[in-house]
Design a protein around this ligand. Structure first.
Ligand SMILES: *Cc1c(COP(=O)(O)O)cnc(C)c1O
Length: 453
C-alpha cells in the first residue's frame, strides 16, 4: 500500500501509544493533522462541524452517556459551537440554561411539548405568529393537547380559560403584524396563580428591548432566524429557561420532571438538575431534541453568533428608524392608520412605554384607505408594493434589509375572515420590517410609492 508523506515529516497519529510508522494514504487523508480535543486558541468560536466526538476511553464514554460528566458526544444532542450560542442567549435573557434548535417553529413546539402532555391543555394568545397557530390548532390537536385561544388584552379571558389540566400560558411579547404589546405582568400573574409557567415568544421584541424575566416570564422562545441572527441568512430557534418557575412546588403536576427518569443517572430530572442547571432544558434536550432531532447546525450557530455580537446596535437602529417611518406614514394622506405602539395614537402606547423603554419593535403595519371593494383594495396595495425599490417584498422579518409584506394575501392568507378581523388585519393592511438602511432612503421610497396610490 502506498504511504503518505514520503520526503516530508512523518504524520504522527493522535494516539501516541501506537507506532510512529507513517500512515498510509487512505488513513492519512482521514486522520492526519488533527488531534481531537486540542484547543487552537481561536479568538472567535470556531465552527465545530463534526457529527460526533472522540472519547478518551470507554469509561469516559460510559460516564458521558449516563450524564455523570459533561462533554461532547454527538451533535444532534450537543455541539460546541451551538453550546456557545446557547450560553450567549442565556446570558442575554438572564436565564439559567438554553436549548438551541433548527428553527423558531421547533423552539415553540418543543418548549410547549416539554410542558403539556396528551390530555393536557395550553392557553394561548390568538394574536400569535401564523405558524404557531397552525402548530397549536392542528398538530397539537392531533396529539391530544388542547389549546384555548384568547384575546391577549383580555385578562379575564386568560383567567377564565385556565383548567385543572392547563400546563402553560403562551403569548408573544410584541405581536406581528399589528405590534400589540402584551401586558406581561398581568398574564404572568394569572399563570402563577394557576401554578403554571408563562412562556413568551420574544422574537419581535428581542432581549434588548424586552427583558422578559423582569416582566414575569418563566420560559422564553425565539425564532433566532429574525433579529438574533439579523442578516436573513440562517434559520434557528432557542428555548431559554429563566429559572423562575418552581416545578417542585406541585411535583405530581410535572411527572416528566419529578418522577425517576431512565435517561440520566440520579433519579428525576428535578433531583439531578434542580439545584444547578435546568431540569426543564435537560428534558428538552435529552428527550425532545434527542428523539425528534430538530438540531441547530454548527454553521448556523456560528452565523447566529455573528449576529448576536451587534444585537443592541442593530436593534437600537431598527427601532429608531421604524419610529421615524411610522411618524412619516401617520401624516400621509393615503394612509388610514398606522399600527405602531411608539405613536401616541396607539392603544398600546402606554404599555410600550412601560414594557419597551428602549424603543418599540421595528415590525409594524399600516392600513391604506379602503376602496369599498376587495378587488379595488388589492389593486391599491399592489400598486403601492410593486413600486417600492428600497423596501423589498419578502416574507420575513428582522433582516438588515427593510421588508414589506401583505399579510392577508401572504403570511396570513389561510386564516378565516373572522380570524383576520379578530387579529386586526384588514385587506389593505401592509406589514413592514424596517432594516438598517439610511431611514431617509426608506421614507423616500415609501413616499414615492404612496404618492402614486
Ligand atoms: C418567524 C417566527 C416564528 C417561527 O420561526 P422560524 O425560524 O421561521 O421557524 C415563531 N414566532 C415568531 C414570532 C416568528 O416571527
Amino acid at each position: 500500500m502506498a504511504t503518505y508523506g514520503r520526503g516530508a515529516a512523518p504524520v504522527s497519529r493522535d494516539n501516541g501509544a501506537m507506532s510512529d510508522a507513517p500512515l498510509s494514504f487512505a488513513t492519512a487523508q482521514v486522520q492526519a493533522g488533527f488531534t481531537a480535543g486540542a484547543a487552537e486558541n481561536t479568538a472567535v468560536p470556531p465552527i465545530y462541524q463534526s457529527n460526533a466526538f472522540q472519547f478518551g476511553s470507554l469509561s469516559e464514554a460510559r460516564d458521558l452517556f449516563a450524564l455523570r460528566r459533561e462533554g461532547n458526544i454527538y451533535s444532534r444532542a450537543a455541539n460546541p459551537t451551538v453550546l456557545v450560542f446557547e450560553q450567549r442567549v442565556t446570558a442575554l435573557e438572564d436565564g439559567v440554561a438554553a436549548a438551541a434548535v433548527g428553527s423558531g417553529q421547533a423552539a415553540v413546539a418543543l418548549a410547549l411539548l416539554a410542558l403539556a402532555q396528551q390530555g393536557e391543555h395550553i392557553v394561548a394568545a390568538r394574536q400569535l405568529y401564523g405558524g404557531t397557530i397552525d402548530l397549536l390548532q392542528e398538530t397539537f390537536a392531533d396529539w391530544g393537547i388542547e389549546v384555548t385561544f384568547v384575546d391577549q388584552d383580555d385578562t379575564q379571558a386568560w383567567r377564565d380559560a385556565v383548567r385543572p389540566t392547563t400546563r402553560a400560558l403562551f403569548a408573544e411579547s410584541v405581536t406581528n403584524p399589528i405590534a400589540q404589546v402584551l401586558d406581561a405582568h398581568a398574564v404572568a400573574a394569572i399563570a402563577h396563580e394557576a401554578g403554571v409557567p408563562l412562556v413568551l415568544d420574544n422574537t419581535v421584541a428581542t432581549p434588548y428591548l424586552h427583558r422578559a424575566k423582569d416582566l414575569g416570564a418563566d420560559i422564553v422562545v425565539h425564532s433566532a432566524t429574525k433579529f438574533l441572527g439579523g442578516h436573513g441568512t440562517s434559520l434557528g430557534g432557542v428555548i431559554v429557561d429563566l429559572g423562575t418557575f418552581d416545578f417542585g412546588a406541585d411535583a405530581p403536576r410535572w411527572p416528566q420532571l419529578t418522577e425517576p427518569y431512565r435517561r440520566v443517572a440520579g433519579g428525576s430530572l428535578l433531583e439531578r438538575f434542580g439545584a444547578k442547571g435546568s431540569p426543564y432544558i435537560a428534558l428538552v434536550k435529552t428527550k425532545y431534541i434527542h428523539d425528534l432531532g430538530p438540531s441547530l447546525s454548527a454553521f448556523n450557530a456560528f452565523q447566529l453568533l455573528q449576529g448576536l455580537e451587534t444585537l443592541d446596535l442593530r436593534v437600537a437602529r431598527h427601532s429608531a428608524s421604524a419610529l421615524e417611518v411610522a411618524r412619516f406614514l401617520d401624516q400621509h394622506a393615503a394612509v388610514a392608520r398606522v399600527h405602531h405602539p411608539g405613536l401616541e395614537s396607539s392603544p398600546w402606547h402606554a404599555q410600550a412605554q412601560k414594557y419597551l423603554p428602549r424603543g418599540a419593535a421595528s415590525v409594524f403595519s399600516f392600513d391604506l384607505h379602503q376602496t369599498g371593494d376587495p378587488a379595488g383594495d388589492f389593486a391599491r396595495v399592489e400598486a403601492f408594493i410593486d413600486r417600492l425599490r428600497v423596501v423589498r417584498l419578502v416574507a420575513n422579518i428582522g433582516d438588515a434589509r427593510s421588508l414589506v409584506a401583505h399579510p392577508s394575501s401572504m403570511t396570513h392568507s389561510h386564516m378565516t375572515p373572522a380570524q383576520l378581523a379578530e387579529s386586526g388585519i384588514g385587506s389593505t393592511t401592509i406589514r413592514l420590517s424596517i432594516g438598517l438602511e439610511d431611514p431617509a432612503d426608506i421614507v423616500a421610497d415609501l413616499r414615492a410609492s404612496l404618492d402614486q396610490v
